[in-house]
Ligand binder design. Structure first.
Ligand SMILES: Cc1nc(NNC(=O)[C@H](CC2CCCC2)CN(O)CO)c(F)c(N2CCN3CCOC[C@@H]3C2)n1
Ligand code: NI
Length: 187
């Protein structure tokens, strides 16, 4: 089971590598890894388990954060309203690829954090508001989906990890809260 000790922190060169595409058909090893990544996200969002296991909350995780330089990400984004426990997006994605994106940009009003970064880095992380994404799912089926707002932000943060990019690389050094006209701030 994945816990915080398995997550590498900034300074580890793997976080700055471009990860390798996963070989298809998916190996049992890569399928198992995806399941473990998703299990980590579930545990991290369960107050009892997170406390027990000392997990930081997470809505996404990328294989390079486990020192595995493969193009695998897991995302588990809860809907937010407690009545509807259905997550808005829950998937393990192999070889995810952004096919196209909106001109419209967006950022999280709260900024971003990262399980591989043990410090606060304030500032807006400006990303695409909408993306069209292809990936291979855990059954080996090629998927093509469109995401927007919060879900799109999470997936872009994870795909960045596959390309050796950290969220703070996007923050304006002069003025971390500088915003061009028209950037959607997602609260
Ligand atoms: C936004 C948020 N980021 C949390 N952490 N950071 C992460 O997930 C990093 C990835 C996210 C950082 C910004 C975009 C992607 C992990 N990353 O480094 C992987 O590359 C959260 F934990 C969190 N939530 C809201 C939902 N809540 C449901 C109940 O359980 C607690 C959970 C907390 N929202
Ligand atoms: Ni991260």
């Amino acid at each position: 089971m994945i816990t915080m000790k398995d997550i590498i922190r900034e300074g580890n060169p793997t976080l700055r590598e471009v990860a390798e595409e996963v070989v298809l058909p998916l190996s049992d090893e890569d399928i198992k890894l995806g399941e473990e990544m998703m299990e980590f996200l579930h545990n991290s969002q369960d107050p009892v388990k997170a406390e027990e296991l000392g997990l930081r909350g997470g809505v996404g995780l990328a294989a390079p954060q486990l020192d595995i330089s493969k193009r695998i990400i897991a995302v588990h984004v809860p809907s937010g309203d407690l009545e509807n426990p259905e997550p808005t997006l829950s998937a393990v994605m192999y070889n995810p690829k952004i096919l196209s994106h909106s001109v419209q940009d967006a950022c999280l009003g709260e900024g971003e954090g990262c399980l591989s970064v043990d410090r606060e880095v304030p500032g807006y992380v400006v990303r695409h508001n909408k993306i069209t994404l292809s990936y291979v799912d855990a059954s080996g089926v090629k998927q093509k989906i469109r995401l927007k707002n919060y879900e799109a932000i999470v997936v872009q943060h994870e795909i960045d990890h596959l390309n050796g990019v950290m969220f703070y690389d996007h923050i304006n050094q002069e003025n971390p809260y500088a915003l061009k006209d028209g950037v959607l701030v997602i609260e």
